[in-house]
Design a protein around this ligand. Sequence first.
Ligand SMILES: Cc1cc2nc3c(=O)[nH]c(=O)nc-3n(C[C@H](O)[C@H](O)[C@H](O)COP(=O)(O)OP(=O)(O)OC[C@H]3O[C@@H](n4cnc5c(N)ncnc54)[C@H](O)[C@@H]3O)c2cc1C
Length: 307
Amino acid sequence: MRSVRWSEGRACGVDIKPASAAAGHLDARLVVGADGRHSSIADQVGAQAYTHEPPLTFVYYSYWSGVPTQSPTYHMRPGQLILRWPTNDGLTCVYVGGRHSEFAEFRRDVEGNFMRSLDVIPGLRDELAAGRREERFRGAADLPNYYRTSFGDGWALVGDAGHHKDPTTGFGMSDAFASAELLATAADAALVGERPWEQALCEYQRRRDDATANGFRLTLSAASLDPLPAHLQRLYEAASTRPEAVTRLIGVLGGTTPLGDGFSRRFTAELAGSELAANANGSGPRHTLRSREVLREPGSLTGGSGQ
Ligand SMILES: Cc1cc2nc3c(=O)[nH]c(=O)nc-3n(C[C@H](O)[C@H](O)[C@H](O)COP(=O)(O)OP(=O)(O)OC[C@H]3O[C@@H](n4cnc5c(N)ncnc54)[C@H](O)[C@@H]3O)c2cc1C
């Protein structure tokens, strides 16, 4: 796609130049910008951000073969995020994130700083040393957090083009698919004449914003990489002793489990109960988890919607 075509102030198609064909154009009743966070369609239609927070983190990642541990792990430390997860072809992806303010210093010695960062996780560096790095380190620091006006005369934006957030949580893909579904529903209503275009697309943007608001807040909070509040620390420590709780919370961070399920009253109360029981028989951690405390913090993260 090269440029948006206009007719009487309304987007009406795109000029294209496919790699293996001559330049041409496509006519369209709706031009959809699904071209990511550097969207040229957003630029061309003049879409303005109405919520904007500067980048909070930078990230480097690469892929290793021959890593013994095949389970995903998520380690958050003040100022650091280290993720490890198995992926295709027997490879393990390792992701190191840090505060955006430290990006310039980190990139002066990417490999050295990356490997040293792993030392906070006992055994991880040795595991990678036992395997082999199969790709170069890839990095990103242009990770703003925004909502852009995502509709106008003859155009709409989906996915990162319209709304982007830091990848410290993994909501991006789920939210991109969800916004595409919402837009498809809205465009269908307009195309069959059930609703005027403007009303249908306005509703699309409103529903997208509602659906992503809690994840956006959670992401901004997580991506600050600040020390966890004591009650959240206790929640995660209690969860770490229960594999099904870990799965559920990683699902929340990855956008595959609804936030309300991960921080529901019943779930956090169960965690509180299991930890108290573990303390009573001497096998649990020394701290005490109080369900009232645990409930308050996720409530504030999720805008009070953790039911
Ligand atoms: C380091 C990092 C880690 C991430 N980890 C996760 C994760 O674990 N889980 C998760 O859910 N999300 C993750 N995300 C976020 C996720 O990648 C994005 O939110 C998601 O890919 C957005 O999808 P999209 O289709 O909107 O945009 P994109 O995936 O960016 O796709 C846009 C496409 O448009 C194409 N394009 C651009 N311009 C043109 C043009 N002029 N003509 C034709 N095509 C064009 C691009 O080539 C690209 O293929 C991560 C992001 C980063 C940076």
